[in-house]
Design a protein around this ligand. Structure first.
Ligand SMILES: Cc1cc2nc3c(=O)[nH]c(=O)nc-3n(C[C@H](O)[C@H](O)[C@H](O)COP(=O)(O)OP(=O)(O)OC[C@H]3O[C@@H](n4cnc5c(N)ncnc54)[C@H](O)[C@@H]3O)c2cc1C
Ligand SMILES: NC(=O)c1ccc[n+]([C@@H]2O[C@H](COP(=O)([O-])OP(=O)(O)OC[C@H]3O[C@@H](n4cnc5c(N)ncnc54)[C@H](OP(=O)(O)O)[C@@H]3O)[C@@H](O)[C@H]2O)c1
Length: 588
């Protein structure tokens, strides 16, 4: 491998772009964390210190502050959690012109992590909220206020607190929301997602029920604040009682009042009377707080619904399947066309085939994108489970014929296939580095196939000037999925006298059946074939050495163990001043 003279754009000019974007504000973990803490603290203090909450605080104590503070953080997170699942919006933002800085664009890769962080916060704060409200229901019953009856949620002192849970709107909706949340959370665990994705998917769609319940939950109006602070400073009604029954009045009021009443003089009764008239002109009036949840949720919820509607309209016309190719090792390639379908390399689409399943949708990365001159695009599917198996059976004739490429006119009667997308992925970014390291494990090769296909059509428009492509497979036959493409790419850059542009390394991790070497047709690949798993550390050292002082974009699609290893190595220091920037895959 020789050194390459770089002719590309000056490195990282785009880094200078504006960071103050929507993406930066919402997906930045520090900003999000600070917002949560600030909101919790501010609301807690507001209910702890605020004169308008004096009477209700006296009745409910810290339970009031904790329930309101947790509710405000829940509002924030229930609205933010919807943003990372607006896939079309994220794909739109990923387009390099919309978010000029790569650093900001890379935050989009964390959209799934951000969604999970909001989800976990919702669970934890829901726990706090529920616990605080359980204490509140008890206090509503025990501290029934005979002076201000309208402040009470209980109908009489000592009313069974369980009644609030099952007879009031906030109580009943709260119980239902806890149940829905429990279902959603338990079905979101890694074990369920891997073993039965459908359970995860269907229960996750209960989010809509959750939001509906939330809207009713907040309209209950059980917690009331005082509206007439001018004519009734909080606590003034207790003045006489304070002196006789030792009831505490609030600090701000006591201070003011004791200035008017210095000591217990004989004139104090007159003074008290006069001052009470002046300070406490009328009975306190209470009003239910305005349900702020509407303000928080309605924007993101409308955005999400609008996006779903748009996706629904966009995907309601079926694609035309041009050809179906059966590849070795249980992989099927589908080539299709659709009017006005545009996509960038690295993006994925969601397939929906009603003949296979009326409800299921499955994501697949585009291996070939439509271009200005060619409308065809394609995906490679590995048969791994029931949906892919049934889909394959509908696409391919039962004869077990190895390969089928039929001309358009003679095409078989394929089942109706709808596609949704395209949606963005971190792999799109691989063309925006001067040097990229793309590592694929097995069928994880698909996003890189579309990158290579795009380079075939022309590389000059991109920043990329050197691509290390590493592909690890278990059996030799798997390399055939893209052996033709790899050969054509290799030949193109040799013919253009740029042999260093693409560095291909194929690794065969299992040695069984090694005698079936790739074949004469793919001679160029034979010399790039290694046996066993790659030695990652040595590979990183080699790349660092040949790309001194540069920033190398690292991309991985495949088993998570490879991903973890690459992430760790990318964060390690090297003596050549080369920086490895790991781009996290995020399949939301
Ligand atoms: C963004 C993305 C791109 C993908 N690209 C490709 C590709 O190019 N080629 C390819 O062969 N595979 C790809 N996959 C994986 C593919 O979606 C699953 O293999 C397929 O959905 C399996 O469905 P099944 O019912 O046959 O198998 P199952 O036995 O139901 O599932 C097998 C595995 O796939 C996962 N899975 C199942 N359904 C879904 C779903 N609706 N969404 C996400 N994951 C699911 C499960 O967690 C499970 O671990 C991609 C997945 C994602 C998330
Ligand atoms: N295509 C996509 O866009 C896409 C999207 C999402 C997810 N995926 C994921 O991609 C993965 C690929 O599936 P697959 O069944 O084709 O893969 P696979 O056959 O299980 O593994 C592919 C290769 O990776 C090797 N490997 C595993 N861990 C390694 C490590 N730490 N270091 C080096 N090599 C390692 C394996 O080697 P050994 O034989 O030694 O184990 C094997 O040769 C799946 O996990 C799938 O979920 C793909």
């Amino acid at each position: 491998m020789g050194m390459f003279l770089h002719t590309g754009r000056p490195a990282d000019v785009e880094e200078v772009g504006s960071e103050r974007s929507f993406v930066f504000l919402f997906f930045n973990p520090l900003i999000w964390l600070s917002l949560n803490v600030l909101l919790f603290g501010k609301t807690f203090l507001q209910y702890h210190e605020g004169p308008e909450h004096h009477y209700i605080y006296q009745m409910l104590g810290l339970g009031l502050c904790l329930s309101r503070a947790s509710a405000s953080v829940l509002n924030l997170n229930c609205s933010l959690i919807l943003l990372p699942v607006c896939r079309t919006l994220l794909a739109f933002l990923r387009g390099s012109q919309k978010v000029p800085s790569r650093r900001t664009r890379r935050l989009l890769d964390k959209s799934r992590t951000f969604h999970i962080a909001c989800g976990v916060t919702i669970c934890v704060l829901s726990g706090v909220h529920v616990a605080a409200h359980l204490v509140n229901t008890l206090n509503f019953s025990v501290n029934y206020n005979e002076d201000f009856v309208e402040l009470n949620a209980a109908r009489y002192r000592g009313e069974d607190p369980r009644k609030f849970l099952f007879t009031t709107v906030p109580g009943l909706t709260g119980v239902c929301m806890v149940l829905v949340l429990f279902l959603m959370v338990t079905a979101s665990t890694y074990a369920i997602r891997v073993s039965n994705y459908d359970i995860f998917w269907y229960t996750h769609n209960l989010f809509f029920v959750f939001y509906m319940l939330l809207m009713f939950h907040v309209s209950g109006g059980l917690l009331k604040y005082q509206t007439n602070l001018d004519t009734h400073p909080p606590g003034c009604i207790n003045l006489n009682k304070t002196r006789h029954q030792n009831i505490t009045s609030p600090a701000y009021f006591s201070e003011e009042f004791h200035q008017l009443l210095p000591g217990e003089s004989s004139r104090s009764d007159d003074l008290t009377k006069n001052t009470l008239v002046k300070i406490c002109a009328e009975e306190p009036k209470f009003q239910a707080s305005f349900p702020q949840t509407w303000l928080w949720i309605s924007g993101p919820l409308c955005l999400y619904c609008a996006e779903r509607l748009y996706r629904c309209i966009r995907s309601n016309k079926p694609v035309t399947i041009i050809s179906v190719i059966s590849h070795p090792s249980d992989v099927v390639e589908i080539r299709m066309i659709k009017d006005n379908f545009k996509a960038r390399p690295g993006q994925y689409i969601i397939l929906h085939c009603p003949s296979v399943s009326a409800l299921e949708n499955h994501p697949f990365t585009l291996t070939m994108c439509p271009t200005e001159t060619k409308a065809t695009f394609g995906v490679h599917l590995k048969i791994v489970g029931d949906w892919t198996e049934r889909f394959r059976d509908l696409l391919l004739p039962p004869s077990g014929q190895e390969s089928e490429i039929l001309p358009f006119i003679q095409s078989r009667n394929y089942p109706k296939l709808y596609i949704d997308g395209p949606f963005g992925s971190p792999f799109e970014e691989s063309l925006n580095y001067e040097v990229s390291l793309c590592v694929a494990g097995g069928i994880g090769v698909t996003p890189f196939a579309s990158i290579l296909n795009t380079l075939l059509d022309g590389w000059e428009a991109f920043k990329l000037r050197r691509l290390y492509f590493i592909w690890v497979c278990r059996d030799m036959q798997s390399f055939r999925w893209f052996a033709d493409l790899l050969c054509v790419v290799h030949n193109k850059f040799w013919q253009e006298n740029r042999p260093d542009f693409v560095n291909i390394q194929l690794y065969l991790s299992q040695t069984d059946g090694i005698q079936k070497i790739i074949g004469e047709k793919y001679q160029a690949l034979n010399s790039r074939l290694f046996i066993g798993r790659p030695r990652w550390k040595a590979l990183f050292d080699e790349i660092a050495k040949y790309n001194r002082g540069k920033t190398v974009g690292v991309f991985c699609c495949g088993p998570s163990s490879i991903s973890k290893t690459l992430h760790r190595l990318s964060n390690q220091h090297n003596s050549y001043g080369t920086r490895f920037e790991y781009n996290k895959e995020s399949f939301s």
